[in-house]
Design a protein around this ligand. Structure first.
Ligand SMILES: NC(=O)C1=CN([C@@H]2O[C@H](COP(=O)(O)OP(=O)(O)OC[C@H]3O[C@@H](n4cnc5c(N)ncnc54)[C@H](O)[C@@H]3O)[C@@H](O)[C@H]2O)C=CC1
Ligand SMILES: O=C(O)C(=O)Cc1ccc(O)cc1
Length: 360
């Protein structure tokens, strides 16, 4: 019969986790979501064996693993309400984007709660956008308490391995600072850049012209406002600290620009380039960026061969092809480099025609 798992919240993340666990582990999944259509779809697709549209009557004591995939404030409410209701051998986790608040509460409740955060997602939300291979090659952060039991951490390592992700352990404080730096503040800045447009005349023209860099850097401003409102409130101290540091950097730039300090300006951009190029290197060591396509596929044997053959049949030369082994903030995990722009466009069309999810 396998493990009895409850997944609370079957949206983008919960739906994806349910799909991944259903296909990769020996499990019986009960899915709970307030949205009845979500439950019906997940049942029809056999993502879950049992479905419920409210939490009040859930038999918490039957589950080996309970996973909260709800907005953080809902997770906090229910973490308190289930105290005394889960069995001793159960492991309870969440996958929320901030860890300070949940881990403070985890230290008080009388069951074993370990924080989790897969460092992958998208600007979309809801079950409709969920996919079983979302977690492949993504980092999955765990924030255990000092008293967390070894066998429960091991179980979560097994789960992370089963869904194709890579576990990293840290404490909640460190997690919230790191994510403020690499995720939360970048989301705030992306939205600030979009707001900046309205401060200037000819807004419509500016929007029309906003391509290239502006479009790249503001993609994440299209994320769920509800999600980011709650992430912001739930990590306000760390976000404040990081924003302060960022404003110091910008103020210094402004000052040096006024002084026309040429050396400073060059160093500003060259140091940033040097560091940004290193990030690209850790994501993928040997694939250059130009004429690239990203294909959202499952990381399983034969997929590269299948796509290479398809492009070969259409006389499209591949310069390089490889799996991206860190999917954080990426749309897909197979990266293809083409010889030239024409091949890039042709490959894009061929792959789309064969119903691959492909990004330029
Ligand atoms: N969206 C992303 O890219 C990522 C999100 N996360 C975290 O995952 C969690 C969920 O986010 P998403 O899946 O993106 O949101 P979502 O909006 O796609 O899904 C949330 C689901 O929870 C359900 N829900 C809300 N309140 C409920 C309640 N009281 N009872 C039952 N169901 C309820 C909603 O109906 C919805 O289906 C959040 O805590 C977020 O911080 C973590 C990593 C990435
Ligand atoms: O799509 C993107 O770029 C994201 O930033 C997705 C994301 C959103 C929230 C998280 O806690 C982790 C990842």
């Amino acid at each position: 019969m396998g493990k009895q798992i409850a997944i609370i919240g079957l949206g983008l993340m919960g739906g994806s986790l349910a799909k991944a666990l259903q296909s990769k582990w020996d499990v019986t999944i009960t899915g709970v979501d307030q949205d009845q259509t979500t439950i019906e779809t997940a049942m029809a697709e056999r993502t879950i064996q049992y479905g419920l549209n409210h939490l009040e009557t859930l038999s918490w004591e039957v589950f080996d693993l309970i996973i909260f995939c709800t907005p953080i404030e809902i997770t906090l409410q229910w973490m308190e309400r289930i105290d005394g209701k889960v069995k001793d051998t159960a492991t309870v986790i969440d996958i929320g984007s901030t860890k300070g608040q949940v881990m403070q509460l985890a230290a008080k409740v009388n069951y074993d709660f370990i924080g989790g955060h897969p460092m992958v997602g998208s600007e979309k939300s809801g079950y409709i956008h969920s996919k079983g291979h979302l977690f492949e090659n993504a980092y999955f952060i765990l924030t255990p308490l000092e008293q967390s039991k070894e066998e429960k951490i091991t179980l979560l390592y097994e789960m992370i391995d089963a869904i194709g992700a890579m576990p990293i352990t840290m404490d909640a404080e460190q997690h919230d600072l790191f994510t403020a730096v690499i995720s939360h503040v970048p989301h705030i800045i992306a939205s600030a850049l979009v707001h900046m447009i309205k401060e200037f005349d000819h807004k419509e023209v500016l929007i029309k012209l906003a391509a290239g860099g502006f479009k790249d850097i503001t993609r994440i401003a299209s994320s769920s406002p509800h999600l980011w409102q709650h992430i912001s409130l739930s990590n306000k101290e760390k976000i404040d600290l990081v924003l302060k540091q960022l404003l110091t950097t910008i103020d210094e730039y402004k000052q040096r620009l006024r002084e026309e300090n040429n050396d400073y300006l060059f160093t500003y951009f060259s140091k940033a380039k040097e560091m940004r190029d290193q990030i690209v290197d850790t994501v993928n060591t040997d694939i250059p960026k130009q004429y690239a396509l990203i294909v959202d596929i499952e990381d399983r044997p034969g997929m590269i061969a299948k796509i290479s053959t398809l492009l070969y049949e259409h006389q499209i030369n591949i310069k390089n092809i490889g799996i991206i082994h860190n999917r954080e903030f990426e749309n897909g995990c197979l990266k293809i480099i083409l010889e030239n722009r024409l091949d890039q466009v042709s490959a894009y069309q061929v792959l789309q025609k064969h119903e691959y999810l492909v990004f330029k």
